[in-house]
Structure formats: structure tokens, C-alpha cells
Design a protein around this ligand. Structure first.
Ligand code: MN
Ligand code: MN
Length: 466
């Protein structure tokens, strides 16, 4: 009997985060699996930030969202999207409360680490045609060689018209590759540390090998490639200069494991959070405070530029809605609440030496909140207050959302930043949250279906009740 009593006291007093499956009902698991099928479909349509914006508009319009017209009147129940230059998007559902009471914001980013083509990329060497690239965001460059690749983006032609380029995703499309050296030949880089093994300037994408024209001519393979590009897109070589062409891993999102509990895909960071926010906003009922999701571009390189989170695009959009209600945007922001959702590193037992098991997130333990990100002594973090964490904790517990706390590895081991501070800097109460990811920033990242679903439930709850 004494033994039993002690256990009860432990139950009462100890914090015991656990595996989400221990409390998942069959009905919930069905919903989870349906949600994850839709999410995988989203990923397959969204290999770049531009494709994300296009597909979000397509999905939003099906749900009754309309393009926001600046200067228009707004009323409760209205649903809008604001497309910022095709690379950043905001979605809003107007609530019954005045904007003076603040909005419920969820923010994520839809850019992902990749290889961008350089402005003058096409060349031929040893009768092989290549495209030179410049990596975007933090990648382990050795992971990008000897694997199939796709190219997506836009080209602005000399006459100012724009053509979309999408090669490698459709059935029957050719794909691309970056070579690696065979193990039989020792290369100088074998002696280099892993992060220097494949220098960025070696990430040259093979685009062809078939020469055209007479054997006495030079650059015949390059000419063959230019001819194909000209026939299909009307391009000449100079047009590469006004293009944004992104090289990304080929392949669709895949179930992983015999139990299919995981999903591997390119770009979970941070489309897994963006999708959760959008689906949460779509499904939110009885929205009192206006709900807004922001899918920012450029997070992986510091949230810079007109489509990054530091731009005033948010003020431009929310400020215009405020005008229609005669509200000062500063009053709106001061009373707003933001969940800045970005992925976090899941505890990986293969590399346990860099993790801090008590505080790092674990797969299948639910949506991961983070009081502070940053590195060293939390530099670059938006440190959420006890009150903010407390508010979210209560909200989740009251609404059956499985959550956990997270950080990223041992102190001084590394760290990372998110868009949270860009929102907090606007006098908006902000907290980080997101999905734990295994092999984050790899060409194929892995997440748990349970965590994806709980992140969606978290976002829906925020829009309905925060
Ligand atoms: Mn991210
Ligand atoms: Mn990232």
C-alpha cells in the first residue's frame, strides 16, 4: 500500500511528458492520417516558395478566400489573401471583434535550403553541359551530390514577359544531377572535414551531353541545351540574368517505416508549419479575433528583403484592414498574439552527444513550444515570457492538444533563429512553436505524423480561442 501511495504522489507532482500515441484514439488517428495525406500532397505541389504561394491561393480560393483589395471595407467572416510579389502570402479570416482587440497571428516560412542558379550559369566542359549554382541557406553540401534534382522558377525574358519553368516533377520529365567521385579514386577532399568535402563551387548541375552541329565547332553541347531552352521557353542565354531558378531534390513526400508513422520529404522546414497554420485557419470555427497566417520568404537567409519577415508587408496588409475599422495598427499589434511556427531539431539517439535529452523535443511527443531559440547566451532569440508560455500551455491543455517544450541541442553546441523576433519587435506577444524534425536541412527531412497533426490542432485552437 505504501508503494502505491508514493506512485500517486509522483503522478501528482512530477512532470511526465510522454508519447502521444498513448492517448490517441482510433477516431483521432484516422483524422491524423487524412490530414497527413493532404499535407503530403501540399508538399508535392510546393517545392519552392513561389509554388507554395500559388498552391496556397488555389486551396484558399476553394475555401472561399478572395484576393484582398487595398482600401476595401471588411466585415466579420470575410476571408482574404494578400499575395506579396508571388513569394510571400498572408491569409486572413476577419473576426467578430474589432481589430483594436488585436489579432491572432501564426507565422511560418516557405523558403527552404536549396541551390540557386547563378546569373551566368551555363557552360560546357569536357563535352558535358553544366549549370553553376550558389547555395541558399544552411546545407550540408555533400548531401546534394549523386541524387536526382528538379529545377523550378521563373525567367523574365528580354521583352519583360515572364515564363514559369518546372522540370523534373511531372511523370516522364527528365531530372538533373550533381556528380560525385567514385570511391575507387582517392580525391583530395577525402582528407577534408565533412563540411568542406564538397565546396559550393563544385555543386555544378549536369544538364546535358548531346552535341549538335559540326564536329569542328566548340560548345556544341551547350548550344544544344540553349536550343532546347529557346524552343520551350523562348529563352536566350542572357535571360538567365533575370531569372530565379531553384534546384531542389526530386521526389515526392514518402511514408517512412513499416508502421507508416513518419513522413520524409524535402522542405518540411518550414512547410510543415505553414500547412498546419493554413489548415488550422481554414477549419477554425467562431473566430472572434481576426486570424492571420503569414508565410514569409527568405527566413533561411535572415528574413531579409521585401518578401522576408522584416519587411513592412505585414503593416501594409494589416494596417489597411485596420484603416477600414478606424483602428491604429499600433493598438492592434499591442493586443495581438503570435505563434511563430518553425521546425526544431528532434532528439536523435544516433547523435545523442549534441542533444540535451531532458529539454530537447522528441518525435511523437506533440507540437514543440520553445521559450527561446538563439545561440550562445540565447543571442538572436525572442525569449517568450512566463506569461506567454503560461497562456499557451493552458490553452493547449484545455483543448486536448499534445505538446512538449523544446530547445535545440546542448548549450553552446549550436542553435538557430526564427522569425519570432521580427514579430516580437513589432510589439506583438510572440512564442516559438513547431514540429520536431530528424535530419533537418537535409534534402529529405523526416517528421512524425502525430506531431504534424498536433501542430495543426494547436493552430486551430489559437485561431478559435487565443
Ligand atoms: Mn525554419
Ligand atoms: Mn531552416
Amino acid at each position: 500500500m505504501a508503494e502505491k501511495k508514493k506512485d500517486n504522489l509522483k503522478d501528482k507532482l512530477f512532470y511526465k511528458p510522454g508519447n502521444g500515441y498513448d492517448h490517441l484514439t482510433e477516431a483521432e488517428e484516422k483524422k491524423m492520417n487524412k490530414y497527413c495525406e493532404d499535407y503530403k500532397d501540399f508538399l508535392d505541389h510546393c517545392k519552392t516558395e513561389r509554388l507554395c504561394v500559388n498552391y496556397c491561393i488555389e486551396l484558399a480560393e476553394k475555401k472561399g478566400f478572395k484576393e484582398y483589395k487595398f482600401g476595401q471595407e471588411i466585415k466579420a467572416g470575410d476571408k482574404f489573401y494578400y499575395n506579396n510579389r508571388g513569394k510571400m502570402i498572408m491569409l486572413a479570416v476577419v473576426g467578430t471583434d474589432s481589430l483594436e482587440k488585436g489579432i491572432n497571428l501564426t507565422a511560418a516560412h516557405t523558403d527552404a535550403p536549396r541551390l540557386d542558379l547563378k546569373p551566368n550559369p551555363l557552360y560546357e566542359e569536357a563535352e558535358i553541359a553544366y549549370l553553376k549554382t550558389h547555395h541558399y541557406g544552411g546545407i550540408r553540401k555533400y548531401q546534394w551530390v549523386a541524387r536526382p534534382l528538379e529545377i523550378h522558377g521563373v525567367v523574365v525574358l528580354a521583352d519583360g514577359s515572364e515564363v514559369a519553368v518546372n522540370i523534373g516533377a511531372d511523370e516522364g520529365d527528365p531530372q538533373f544531377i550533381i556528380e560525385d567521385l567514385l570511391p575507387h579514386l582517392k580525391k583530395p577532399s577525402d582528407e577534408r572535414p565533412l563540411d568542406k568535402a564538397v565546396p559550393s563551387e563544385l555543386l555544378n548541375v549536369v544538364v546535358g551531353s548531346r552535341p549538335i552541329g559540326g564536329s569542328e565547332e566548340s560548345d556544341r553541347v551547350k548550344l544544344g541545351i540553349m536550343k532546347l531552352l529557346n524552343e520551350k521557353y523562348g529563352m536566350v542565354e542572357e535571360d538567365f540574368i533575370s531569372a530565379e531558378l531553384e534546384v531542389v531534390p526530386a521526389g515526392k513526400a514518402q511514408d517512412i517505416g513499416l508502421d507508416r508513422s513518419l513522413i520524409a520529404a524535402y522542405g518540411h522546414d518550414d512547410r510543415v508549419c505553414a500547412y498546419a497554420e493554413m489548415a488550422g485557419l481554414f477549419d477554425a470555427k467562431k473566430v472572434k479575433k481576426t486570424g492571420v497566417c503569414i508565410f514569409a520568404d527568405k527566413e533561411e537567409i535572415g528574413s531579409v528583403g521585401v518578401t522576408g519577415m522584416i519587411s513592412e508587408a505585414l503593416e501594409w496588409f494589416v494596417g489597411d484592414m485596420c484603416k477600414s475599422q478606424g483602428v491604429d495598427i499600433r493598438d492592434c499589434f499591442a493586443h495581438s498574439f503570435c505563434v511563430s511556427a518553425d521546425v526544431t531539431a528532434a532528439y536523435d539517439p544516433n547523435y545523442s552527444e549534441v542533444f540535451e535529452a531532458r529539454n530537447d523535443s522528441k518525435i511523437n511527443h506533440g507540437v514543440a513550444f520553445c521559450k527561446y531559440t538563439g545561440h550562445g547566451g540565447k543571442a538572436g532569440a525572442s525569449d517568450a515570457s512566463a506569461e506567454t508560455v503560461g497562456k499557451l500551455r493552458k490553452l493547449m491543455n484545455d483543448n486536448g492538444v499534445v505538446w512538449q517544450m523544446s530547445q535545440m541541442g546542448k548549450n553552446e553546441q549550436g542553435g538557430g533563429g526564427t522569425v519570432a523576433l521580427d514579430l516580437a519587435n513589432r510589439n506583438i506577444e510572440t512564442i516559438d512553436a513547431g514540429v520536431p524534425v530528424l535530419s533537418m536541412h537535409a534534402p529529405f527531412e523526416t517528421v512524425a505524423k502525430f506531431d504534424c497533426y498536433m501542430t495543426y490542432k494547436c493552430m486551430k485552437t489559437v485561431f478559435e480561442k487565443a
